[in-house]
Design a protein around this ligand. Structure first.
Ligand code: BGP
Length: 478
């Protein structure tokens, strides 16, 4: 089995986790810059602890990250050596609009991405650009409280216009927001939101979600107007919820958890709020503010493709005792119950390749739009041998099993799939833990959790393996 020719094999990163150079090139401060390493990371990312400045008591991994800002030529050359057909990356909002909504974009920021895209294109690598990947300008968080406020929509569109104008001829694939459903789980990371005392948190989150959905729809429309032929997608942190047992209450509970995630994508793909969401919000007393044109905006701004990350499936039970005793399965950011049939990674993320086939089929059944796997991979700690080699058979095993499931979904089930970009093709800072030790790359970067390291890049065994996979369009997985 192989993928059709033209399939977009590649890798994925995000500006906030790899660029570094947080205060260079005229860049303004962004949400990720103030999310520290250590025990305060999650409270800040979840919007429970307000931190809008950096201090000397904390360290901030995003400040230097792997310094892709100064290494991008070397890094893209390595991507080219692996045979990448595409590179999914994100732009840093405040590199382009340092204050978040500046009238004139920062030329130094635009020039950086211009040069980065040229490096890609000269190697036959298509950039796939995420406009906003866990990134909100601090200036706008201070001014508006992040996506709580509708004025964020105009600021975001200003960013889009600057990008489309400058890069419309170089970039065909765009993604409006990374893992938009993460807003519900990490509101500060996802939307620059921290909660004030006494605030109705559900209302705040769904109001912000509405603003992001309006921004996304308007961006899709703008992209189509400014760049005929552009393909614009939404992006979901996917991974189906399985019922813990076949008890109907567990099945229903799992469906409800899935709906929490699908909520955003339902709107972006179909152009309207699903009826169950309206009912649910009504029951919860969540009454968001909308404007008269909103329905039309959502209807006219549906996406061209559905992209998603897949690391693991999830499991849920309706029984509070089981939830209490078996929680922290799957992705720790999204709560789930441990699935007793699956193995877990060192970080407790459960490994389920068949779940990728389930997810691909479910998403296609639900939306009938082309899909794009834009994140998948294994976070693991690697050892560098004395000769500089890195043996990572665990990563190859993980990827082989997932790519096989993808091949089956495409060849046997007929799911239309645009591409596959493995996450963190080069080691980078972990979004959830801020660690460097949780490595996803096929390219090793010499940098430790404590910030030390030479930043030297090394090829892992998986580098050579993935190169073979791409060259054979997935036929050679040995
Ligand atoms: C997704 C994010 C990425 C990335 C990945 C792995 O949620 O879109 O930014 O980091 O997960 O997660 P982590 O870095 O926490 O291991």
């Amino acid at each position: 089995m192989r993928m059709p020719s033209g399939f977009l094999w590649g890798g994925a990163t995000a500006a906030n986790q790899c660029e570094g150079a947080y205060n260079e090139g005229g860049r303004g401060l962004s949400s990720v810059d103030v999310v520290p390493f250590g025990p305060d990371r999650m409270p800040v990312a979840r919007g429970l602890k307000k931190m809008l400045e950096c201090d000397s008591e904390h360290t901030y991994p995003a400040h230097e990250a792997i310094d892709l800002y100064h290494h991008y030529k070397e890094d893209i050359a390595l991507f080219g050596e692996m045979g990448f057909k595409c590179y999914r990356m994100s732009v840093s909002w405040t590199r382009i609009l340092p204050g978040g909504d500046d009238e004139t974009p920062n030329e130094e920021g635009l020039a950086f991405y211009d040069s980065l895209f040229d490096e890609c294109l000269k190697r036959g690598i298509q950039p796939v650009v995420t406009i906003c990947h866990f990134d909100a300008p601090i200036a706008l968080i201070k001014k508006y409280g992040g996506w709580k406020d509708r004025r964020m929509v105009d600021a975001y569109l200003r960013l889009c216009r600057a990008l489309f104008e400058r890069f419309g001829t170089k970039v065909k694939y765009w993604i409006t927001f990374n893992e938009i459903n993460m807003l519900l789980h990490m509101p500060f990371m996802g939307a620059g939101i921290y909660f004030e005392e006494g605030e109705d948190r559900e209302l705040v989150k769904y109001q912000a979600a509405h603003h992001e959905l309006i921004a996304s729809a308007r961006a899709v429309k703008l992209a189509h107007e400014m760049m005929p032929g552009a393909m614009v997608g939404c992006m979901l942190a996917a991974g189906q919820f399985y019922p813990y047992s076949c008890a109907p209450a567990d099945v229903y509970k799992a469906m409800e958890c899935d709906r929490d995630n699908y909520f955003f994508i339902d709107v972006q793909a179909r152009g309207a709020y699903p009826v169950w969401a309206k009912k649910r919000m009504e029951r919860a007393g969540v009454s968001i503010h909308t404007e008269p044109d909103d329905e039309a905006i959502l209807r006219e701004g549906t996406v061209d493709f559905i992209s998603f990350s897949y690391y693991c499936s999830r499991c849920m039970s309706a029984d509070p005792e089981i939830v209490k005793n078996h929680s922290r399965g799957g992705n720790a950011v999204i709560s789930a119950v441990v699935n007793p049939h699956l193995q877990s990674t060192e970080w407790g993320w459960q490994i389920d390749p068949l779940g990728l086939r389930v997810t691909l089929n479910t998403l296609y059944d639900r939306y009938q739009k082309p899909l794009f796997i834009v994140e998948n991979g294994l976070g693991a700690n690697d050892t560098v041998e004395a000769d500089g080699s890195i043996h990572d058979p665990y990563r190859v095993d993980y990827m082989r099993a997932h790519i096989k499931a993808m091949l089956e979904a495409v060849n046997e089930d007929g799911v239309p799939l645009l591409g596959y970009t493995c996450w963190g093709c080069i080691d980078l800072v972990s979004a959830s833990t801020g660690e460097m030790r949780k490595r996803y790359g096929m390219i090793y970067v010499d940098k430790a959790n404590d910030g030390t390291g030479t930043l030297k890049r090394l090829r892992k065994d998986s580098f050579y393996w993935y190169k073979k996979v791409i060259a054979s369009d997935g036929e050679d997985l040995d």
